[in-house]
Write a protein of this length. Structure first.
Length: 220
């Protein structure tokens, strides 16, 4: 079962690449997409293999998609379409030469994408309750070590940097118009999530007093 899941991802990943990147680009010469896909694939597979072997419970939580909180459902629905469009734009950008992103910026952006995903991996290693949906489970405990000693929502921190630099990594300035609103989406999601955690997770209020910043150190 574990090997089947890994094999499924390996097989489906090129399919998603073609749909999101090469089909809109109309060419397999979209070199930024190749670099980005490899950059993303390495930490993604590392994380998947780790979860499959070391923390299958967290892997199951990451597959949850049905939000229980009404506000979270609204937030997810609002951003789903722009998020999808944001990944398609770079292909059209390549086809019609809308942007001229210097190679050095593409390289720097890919490095940041890689490091951001690695940071998310550290979050998963630290917190087995890092579910995709907002909820508090029975026997769930406060995590205040590792990335959680820096900010209260480190997974969102990693994902913010990953997605904000994704358009540049794909050689598209125009795709930024879709992803630039992501931090605002995360802010609304975090505020609602913290209301749930303060209410249902024992010790969370004390943790907030100890770890001041939610998303970015010294900013918010």
């Amino acid at each position: 079962m574990k090997n089947k899941l890994i094999l499924k991802v390996v097989v489906l990943y090129p399919v998603f690449m073609c749909i999101l990147f090469f089909l809109p680009a109309g060419s397999f010469k979209f070199w930024e997409a190749w670099i980005y896909s490899v950059t993303l694939f390495i930490p993604m597979m590392t994380t998947l293999i780790y979860l499959v072997n070391k923390d299958p419970a967290l892997l199951e939580r990451r597959f949850k998609r049905k939000e229980k909180e009404i506000k979270q459902k609204i937030i997810v629905k609002i951003f789903t379409i722009p998020f999808f469009i944001g990944f398609i734009i770079p292909g059209f950008d390549y086809r019609f030469n809308w942007s001229d992103v210097p190679i050095f910026l593409v390289v720097i952006a890919n490095i940041i994408v890689f490091l951001s995903y690695f940071f998310v991996f550290l979050v998963f290693k630290e917190n087995s309750y890092a579910s995709r949906v907002v909820e508090v489970e029975k026997n769930q405990k406060i995590i205040s070590t590792g990335p959680y000693a820096i900010v209260r929502h480190p997974m969102y921190t990693g994902m913010t940097f990953l997605f904000l630099f994704t358009p540049i990594a794909l050689g598209s300035y125009w795709a930024l118009t879709m992803f630039v609103f992501l931090p605002i989406v995360f802010i609304f999601r975090i505020l609602n999530e913290e209301n749930v955690l303060r209410k249902d997770l024992s010790g969370y209020i004390e943790y907030c007093q100890k770890t001041r910043y939610r998303l970015i150190p010294y900013i918010w």
